[in-house]
Design a protein around this ligand. Sequence first.
Ligand code: KG4
Ligand code: ZN
Length: 392
Amino acid sequence: MLILGIESSCDETGAAIVKDGRYLLANVVASQTEIHERYGGVVPEVASRQQLAAILPVIETALQQARCRWEDIEAVAATYGPGLAGSLLVGLTVGKTLALARDLPFLGVNHLEAHIYANWLRPTLDADLQSGANETECAYLPGDPLFPLICLVVSGAHSELVLMRDHTDYLLLGRTRDDAAGEAFDKVARILGLGYPGGPAIQQAARLAEEELRQQRLPVRNPYRLPRAWLRGTYDFSFSGLKTAMLHLAEGLVADQQAGRPLPSGGRQVSRYTTMGNEAARRGQVHIGLLAAGFQEAIVDVLAVKTRLAAQEYHVRQVLLAGGVAANVALRARLEEELTPLGIRLQYPPIEFCTDNAAMVAAAAFFHRLHGEQHDLDLDVEPNLSLPFRQE
Ligand code: KG4
Ligand code: ZN
């Protein structure tokens, strides 16, 4: 079954054609990152206008790349939430209109569910053979994830630990109580002056700083040890304290403390860590890159340990990563470290399917379409949509 997927929830415009929820025939993404970079974040008004300008060319390009005709498409799917209302409206309206004009079933897709289903995507066998892989290699392409599994959904606006016992069956184990992981990356990158989007910028700065340490033959141990909110006994997360600690470090709270000025409320724990940072500074090691690395380590630590605990409690053999932060190399490595000794397999999408794209939208739609599902054409955008969690 060929599905045309459309994604327009934020600042990426995507169209993709996917066969049977897995095989990619075309995946086109027009990104607005360069436009929003100068503002340090996404400007919703600008984003929706850009969506409008990009959507039709992106869909046309996808159809051309897939070398398929409209008669080959069996359903149209578009993201209807969560996301920015104005941006969502563009893709949803175009998707519903195309379905109506072509007399095809229409499916509205939950963006978070789409991020999870990016794990089912793989290149087509043909594309793989053309790119030089031999048939034996193709036989070892990763298979479908196996249920039950734990999924860590970490995007710009969400951080959730989810148990999936079957397709489209979600039990919420924990979620962030304040900032989402991606949001923390973005805000801290802003504090450190590393630019937008924050995740890739922090990852890059941290990698360079750690390499520098290695070259100087200094111990790779980072002098900055940032606080971790463990929220023991729950699978919930909290990243706002970490962000505040970074803010205080960057604003030179150390200087205030030395001058005898009182610390702001909640500064007690921060002061301990800033003192450590200060010591590092005296040793000539103070470094934005190392600060970025310390932040990344703290966030990755909590995400990886909590995911491992959930995987153990629910006796799963597999863990999936989903969402933009799933592109983070340190997170992937730290999770491997936690899970591999326990024989639990970690699966994550290739980098280009971690951030927003339409292939994942078509993949998720396929598993709903298998049960004959479709939406009426009066489906509206739902900017605050969450995953459809089961009540237990
Ligand atoms: O899933 P996504 O593309 O959009 C939403 O649905 O929110 O996620 C975007 C988020 C941003 O916060 C971005 O900074 C983060 O994913 N991100 C990363 C990396 N690449 C993107 N965070 C950490 N490391 C990365 N390599
Ligand atoms: Zn997303």
